[in-house]
Write a protein that binds this ligand. Structure first.
Ligand code: PZK
Length: 310
């Protein structure tokens, strides 16, 4: 029987639990003198949990948290000349080694910064209804999976847990965070996705779209007297971006997912006994689907970075 209450976050000695995301946890290091949570740092911990069809599955994917954390760290290095990042250290407790990062605590920019290089999902739905996405006019004739002339910025609101994010126009972003910051996060988001695709395409992977998070570092001023804009969270991972196998890309139909296709195919097959329309939680995954999915995360890491995963 599936629990409807999330599991308790693992206790980490020396850290206070701050927040549970769908597949990650946030902790604050405790000051050894005062035992109070530090206000300048956070520990970001990636679990092996996986979501599909908007459910967190009962099955975990072994090593997923380590693969995505190591991939994100590699991308931060590839992007370091475009934008500073929040990473302070990978020296973390043994219990989370490889899947946690100590980061600088920032004032987060309250906008979901989404970049799209290919059209699909909610962007495609909005294009079909309005010929534009988040106020960005697009050429006629685009279909599911079409490559856009250049990456576009399609921001959304950060909705409270359980609610859905809403598309924002660039004007709404300017009103929310100011014209200067809005232009900077727009240009950074499209530059990050452009750089990501320039690197990934050579390695057989397309990055259809991505969600990036920025924060302001009030202790560092490098953007004309203002606080530095810093890339936070995870970046260009399969959890924050749609990864497509380049070899199977074919506009005009739904693209297969690099990482989750085996999960989706099994859950929607008669063999799973699950009816997506029922609203019921999906069943646990068979061992071979778990193993093949783990192999896709490792394959993506190794293809992109050229490093062996261990
Ligand atoms: C921050 N999240 C999302 C990530 C979760 C939730 N450097 C930062 N400073 C302040 N806040 C955040 C970050 C970052 N990154 C990130 N929410 C707040 C998130 C991971 C696990 F549960």
């Amino acid at each position: 029987m599936t629990s409807v209450v999330p599991a308790l976050p693992p206790a980490l000695p020396g850290f206070a639990h701050v927040y549970s995301g769908k597949v990650r946890e946030l902790y604050a290091p405790l000051d050894p003198v005062t035992s109070r949570p530090r206000e300048d740092q956070l520990l970001l911990v990636a679990s092996d949990r996986i979501s599909a069809f908007d459910f967190i599955l009962d099955s975990e994917i072994p090593d997923k948290g380590r693969v995505l954390t190591q991939l994100s760290l590699w991308w931060f290095e590839q992007l370091a000349d475009l934008v500073p990042n929040h990473v302070l250290s990978t020296d973390v407790p043994d219990a989370v080694v490889g899947r946690a990062v100590l980061v600088k605590r920032l004032e987060m920019v309250p906008v979901e910064c989404i970049g799209r290089a290919y059209l699909t999902g909610s962007g495609l739905a909005e294009y079909r209804a309005t010929s534009s996405v988040c106020g960005v006019a697009l050429p006629p004739g685009l279909e599911d999976g079409s490559k856009l002339p250049a990456p576009i910025f399609t921001p959304t609101t950060k909705a409270p847990v359980g609610e859905h994010d809403q598309p924002m126009t660039f004007g709404e972003v300017e009103t929310a965070i100011g014209q200067d910051l809005a232009m900077r996060v727009r240009d950074l988001t499209t530059a990050i996705l452009g750089r990501g695709n320039a690197i990934a395409a050579e390695r057989g992977i397309l990055l259809a779209d991505t969600k990036v998070e920025f924060g302001l570092d009030h202790s560092s001023r490098e953007h004309d007297g203002g606080s530095a804009i810093v890339l936070a969270d995870e970046v260009l991972t399969p959890d924050s971006s749609r990864f497509w196998p380049a070899s199977q890309w074919q506009p005009g139909r739904a693209q297969s997912s690099y990482d989750k296709q085996f999960v989706r195919d099994w859950l929607t097959s008669p063999g799973s006994g699950w009816d997506r329309a029922s609203g019921e939680a999906p069943p646990a995954l068979p061992a071979d689907v778990v193993e093949r999915t783990r192999a896709k995360y490792v394959e993506a890491f190794e293809a992109l970075t050229g490093r062996r995963f261990d």
